[in-house]
Design a protein around this ligand. Sequence first.
Ligand SMILES: NC(=O)C1=CN([C@@H]2O[C@H](COP(=O)(O)OP(=O)(O)OC[C@H]3O[C@@H](n4cnc5c(N)ncnc54)[C@H](OP(=O)(O)O)[C@@H]3O)[C@@H](O)[C@H]2O)C=CC1
Ligand SMILES: O=C([O-])CC(=O)C(=O)O
Length: 257
Amino acid sequence: MNIGIIGAGAISNFLLQKLNGRQDIKIKSIFVRDKEKYQSLESNFQVTLFTDLDAFLDSDIDIVVEAADLHAVKSLIPSVIKRKAVVLISIGALADVELLKEISHLSNEYKHEIHLPSGAIGGLDLLQNAHALGLVTGVSLTTRKPASSLIDEAIDEAKVVFEGSAIEAIRQFPKNMNVSIVLSLAGIGFEKTRVSLIADPHIDKNVHHIEIVGDFGEATFTITNNPLPENPKTSYLAAMSILGTLNRLDGRLRIGG
Ligand SMILES: NC(=O)C1=CN([C@@H]2O[C@H](COP(=O)(O)OP(=O)(O)OC[C@H]3O[C@@H](n4cnc5c(N)ncnc54)[C@H](OP(=O)(O)O)[C@@H]3O)[C@@H](O)[C@H]2O)C=CC1
Ligand SMILES: O=C([O-])CC(=O)C(=O)O
């Protein structure tokens, strides 16, 4: 399987390093805004950089991985999905219901799948199963990140910087709250999924605590994530979840779900 990636930041670099030398899954093409800035990737990883979207999509790729930002999803993915299946990680973009409708419609029309990895969290299989009959009554996410990932001011004590719905969380923290939107999509929606976000000056991990309540019973998950050094806002597991999605696409054994 040949991959084209949009974006060349922390997640893309992780994927380039981890897939380097693999024969079954190869990154061939990267779509960037500034070729000069990322030129060294071409020689380091034997990839081709593109700034023209059509040329990128015409290159020898089977699937596109988006690892850029919410704006890139909005401006590029409606064109991409007409030509290729996509793996999206800036899932917060889909809190824009018009965009979600448009991309879903194009996905059906052009028969290209949209894959949403679980990113920096887990438990989405359980949530989807529990929600299958609409009998989940509550979903909450409490995220605790190093203060410097969330706010500019210096603080001595942990501080709640946001409490409210998932939709408002991604509006206020677009680089930190993609997890709240994938959780909403798997479960009870953007308004009903409740979010608390805590800036903590005493931690160096990204911690996501999820509570789910429904007719099935109750579930809690705490994921204590190591951050990616290149972008500490982003957890290691978010990048790994893309790799997991690509690995599973290539195989025939389906586990969980
Ligand atoms: N679903 C989840 O659980 C998680 C999602 N994320 C999301 O994943 C995305 C990537 O994260 P990460 O790698 O850490 O981010 P980085 O900031 O490290 O890298 C982003 C890259 O995307 C590029 N980019 C932005 N817009 C465009 C565009 N229109 N066209 C081409 N390239 C573009 C940037 O290039 P340039 O140099 O030109 O700015 C940069 O190379 C983010 O949206 C982040 O919020 C992160 C963690 C968890
Ligand atoms: O990587 C994380 O821990 C979560 C994150 O940034 C996001 O969901 O946007």
